[in-house]
Design a protein around this ligand. Structure first.
Ligand SMILES: [Zn+2]
Ligand SMILES: [Zn+2]
Length: 442
């Protein structure tokens, strides 16, 4: 990939600039039909990037997406599961395939320094003023989906069946997919035969895609623990049960779950992301709260880790002589995304043809989580593609220096849009055409 880029660069001094550009794009797997929709897709990307909206509040974003798809001739329904958008294009009899994009951005201040960086602020659900930025790349996913929708609408001769495009709200709070399903996504609209999605990241170079057969990402469980003690004066600990010391002991004991209980080689993460207790140095508070995130791949490991957390939290409280058993609340949970192995194999071949074999790699499961699994759990085979988004030159420099590029959710996350967006469109069109291939009539 890098070598071919260097060769292309030396060519470009001999060729007229547009010809060199065309050659470079051909190498990235882009075709004429992708080139035709790219300028509009890039303009939409810039627009969405500069107008990010928080999870569940994606009203302008959803309206924009709905407007674009309606103008292309899709039958569009808005407000499905909140701000969700469903767009259908029926093109004769055949299978139904769903392609999903997320709509939401994050409460992160963009610090990329890009000329089109977000300057948006909004009120979060708690009423606080927060910066908002598309620091997960969902703006790129939406732009790709609209461009793909354009090609599929223009070239109806190349496929048969029903194309179902879904703009899903609130992915970052892992609540949007369930909300759309609860609002009749697969009963008011056709239930698809396959569900597809992709996600841009900074691990693989732009113009490359990664295929992960089987488990793609992790089960996620958020846990809120409230430890109860007995408050009192900081000078008289003997009259209290100190919940801060209890929290400290509990946090250390929780570290032994992955280190001592989970079988070595199995994936599990237990992170205590926050601890809140106390107001003043000379007061022992009467309770402490901590928030955990738990990530696992396998269902049995998940069960083991969650049970160990409950056991340790309760036992530490008892050991401390706590007046009340702790409260352990599980919220914002999602299952790992599972890529149907047969579907992944079939689509890999298609991607290799569309993008070039050298641009399709086998990728490792990631430790993050995603609520795309909610669609798969409805009994629908799913495929979630990893889209390379790193500037190849910066990625090579980072690797040489033994560092990593800013990841999704970082204030510095900046995908290399030109190749990544081209690749996303080419990949989506190729996958949809394969799954909606016209069946020859006997
Ligand atoms: Zn994200
Ligand atoms: Zn994301």
């Amino acid at each position: 990939m890098l070598a071919s880029r260097r060769i292309l660069k030396s060519f470009s001094v001999l060729l007229a600039a547009p010809a060199a550009l065309m050659l470079a794009r051909a190498a990235a797997g882009a075709s004429t039909e992708v080139e035709a929709v790219y300028p509009k897709a890039y303009a939409l990307y810039l627009d969405l990037h500069q107008h990010p909206e928080l999870s569940g509040a994606e009203t302008q974003t959803a309206a924009k997406l709905a407007g674009e798809l309606r103008a292309l001739g899709y039958t569009v329904t808005e407000h499905v599961g909140g701000t969700g958008v469903v767009a259908l294009l029926k093109n004769g009899s055949g299978r139904t395939v769903m392609l999903r994009t997320e709509l939401d951005a994050l409460p992160v201040e963009e610090k990329t320094g890009l000329p089109f960086a977000s300057k948006v602020h909004a009120k979060d659900p708690a009423g606080r003023d927060v910066p908002v930025g598309h620091m997960c790349g969902h703006d790129l996913h939406m732009s790709a989906l609209v461009a793909t929708a354009t090609i599929m609408a223009r070239r109806r001769d190349s496929w048969r069946g029903t194309l179902m495009l879904v703009g899903q709200p609130a992915e970052e709070t892992i609540t949007g997919a369930k909300a759309m399903i609860g609002d009749g996504l697969f009963t008011r609209f056709p239930k698809p035969d396959e569900v597809l999605a992709l996600h841009v990241g900074s691990v693989e170079p732009a113009s490359e895609v990664g295929v992960v057969p089987g488990i793609y990402d992790s089960n996620a469980d958020s846990i809120r623990v409230t430890l109860f003690g007995k408050g009192g004066h900081g000078s008289a600990p003997h009259t209290t049960v100190d919940p801060i010391v209890l929290a400290a002991r509990t946090i250390l004991a929780l570290q032994t779950i992955v280190a001592r209980e989970v079988k070595p080689g199995e994936f599990a993460v237990v992170t205590v992301g926050y601890v809140n207790a106390g107001t003043k140095n000379n007061i022992i508070p009467d309770q402490a709260e901590m928030g955990l995130t738990v990530r696992t791949y396998k269902a049995e490991v998940r069960k083991q880790v969650l049970a160990a957390i409950t056991r340790i939290v309760n036992a530490e409280a008892e050991a401390a002589g706590a007046p009340r058993a702790p409260s352990i609340e599980r919220y914002e949970t999602t299952d790992a995304v599972y890529n149907d192995p047969a579907l992944a194999q079939r689509l890999r071949a298609v991607l290799e043809t569309a993008l070039g074999k050298e641009h399709v790699v086998t990728a490792e499961p990631i430790t993050a989580s995603e609520d795309f699994s909610a669609f798969v759990q409805q009994g629908i085979p799913g495929f979630y593609l990893s889209l390379g988004g790193a500037d190849p030159r910066k990625l090579a420099q980072a690797k040489a220096a033994g560092t990593v590029l800013p990841s999704n959710h970082s204030p510095l996350f900046a995908p290399d849009v030109d190749p990544a967006l081209h690749t996303a469109i080419a990949a989506e069109v190729a996958m949809l055409r394969e799954l909606l291939r016209p069946v020859a009539q006997p």
